[in-house]
Design a protein around this ligand. Structure first.
Ligand code: SAM
Length: 362
């Protein structure tokens, strides 16, 4: 058994993804592991909603953390370093073997996240998790393993692959989502014009730090929304007091126009340009990613906007390659203009065949 002062070895990394995206998550994880000089191999079951990278030689989880930055993984909604796998959980008492296995790690934790794959089988366990979560937290608190007042400690992940098998692992709050399974529970605002509004809400929370949200999403700032109709993204911006120029040949919801904060222009998002620079460019046009990426990079390079959130609609296959190709196109344009930038890309819970990107001048 290891002690708290010598962090427990990790056997690998587990990332959770949207079912159907395992191949992309696996390619990406393998590439990140190889860049971090971690030897091992991935195990991928199509449709499972998760991917495991197994290390050839287990290593202290802190070392792996230093070498591989989980936040950079696009297709991972949530990830952790694997400490143990508990098999053959008896249906009548899953608490005792899990409690023992958690004690055997010798670790202490700031929080416990109970998770399942985002599949139908996983969802079938949600009722059990709701009852089981407080029980597990209770015994971990009694055992001195759970210390919510010590946020520097890692979080414990208990990932129930099925009713009989659990993966135990660790991550730090800064490395992953604060929502179990990386799934935000966002309520659809009743007056928002479309469900896509939730995508931009999630993007703000996931791709911007709390400080960035505060300083860049406030009344008085300006935005352009390319491909705005019927207005779900514009709604997110106006609800924070920004003034929006909405570009789309289609109609905008009348409630949005009634805010007085939106100017609707029927124009082509690829050729229209603002008279004055704006703070934000958002773009949800359904177009080839290799057309969108250079368009956004050009807005930033020429100073038409300071920052942008945009979607890249992906092909059905080789999505990871396509995202990397777009990353290259952005780098090419901004490097040529001598501009330093940040680019964060994530396959959000509300994204389907697309990823959402945040691009900003440094
Ligand atoms: N973000 C919107 C919302 O939250 O309601 C949904 C946008 S919808 C997915 C894509 C929109 O892009 C369509 O309304 C379409 O008319 C618009 N669009 C596609 N190509 C465009 C172009 N070249 N110029 C302007 N709008 C375009």
């Amino acid at each position: 058994m290891t002690t708290a002062s010598s962090p427990c070895d990790a056997h690998g990394i587990l990332v959770q993804c949207r079912p159907g995206f395992e191949a992309d998550a696996s390619l990406e994880l393998q590439a990140a592991a190889s860049a971090a000089r971690l030897d091992g191999s991935t195990d991928t079951q199509p449709g499972s909603g998760f991917v495991v990278f197994e290390l050839t030689t287990p290593a202290p989880h802190d070392d792996i953390r230093r070498r591989l930055d989980l936040t950079r993984l696009i297709f991972s909604r949530q990830g952790f370093r694997i400490l143990a796998v508990v098999d053959e959980l008896p249906e009548r008492d899953r608490l005792t073997p899990l409690r023992d296995a958690i004690a055997a790690t010798g670790e202490r934790f700031s929080a416990a996240l109970l998770e399942t794959p985002d599949t139908n089988d996983g969802k079938a366990q949600s009722g059990f998790l709701r009852r089981f979560g407080p029980l597990l937290e209770g015994v971990l608190t009694d055992d001195g393993r759970l210390r919510p007042d010590s946020p520097h400690l890692p979080r414990l992940h208990v990932f129930l692959e099925g009713p009989r098998r659990a993966w135990l692992g660790v991550s730090h709050a800064s490395e992953g989502s604060s929502w179990p399974m990386g799934i935000p529970r966002l309520r659809m605002p009743k007056d928002a014009p479309s469900r896509s509004t939730l995508k931009l809400a999630e993007a703000f929370m996931t791709l911007l730090t709390p400080d960035e949200q505060k300083s860049t999403l406030r009344p008085g700032l300006t935005a352009v929304d390319l491909g705005a109709a019927p207005g779900g993204w514009s709604w997110q911006l106006t609800s924070r007091g920004l003034r929006v120029t909405a570009i789309d040949n289609g109609p905008l919801a009348s409630a949005l126009l009634a805010t007085g904060l939106v100017e609707h222009l029927r124009a082509d998002g690829f050729t229209w340009k603002p008279k004055k620079p704006v703070d934000w460019l958002v773009c949800d046009m359904v177009e080839q990613p290799s057309r969108i990426a250079p368009l956004i990079a050009d807005w930033l390079a020429t100073g038409r906007c300071r920052r942008s959130i945009f979607n890249l609609k992906l092909p059905m296959k080789r999505r990871h390659d396509e995202v990397e190709r777009c990353r290259g196109l952005i780098e090419q344009r901004l490097a040529a203009a001598g501009i330093k930038y940040v680019l964060r890309i994530k396959h959000l819970y509300h994204d389907r065949e697309e990823v959402t990107c945040y691009l900003a001048r440094r």
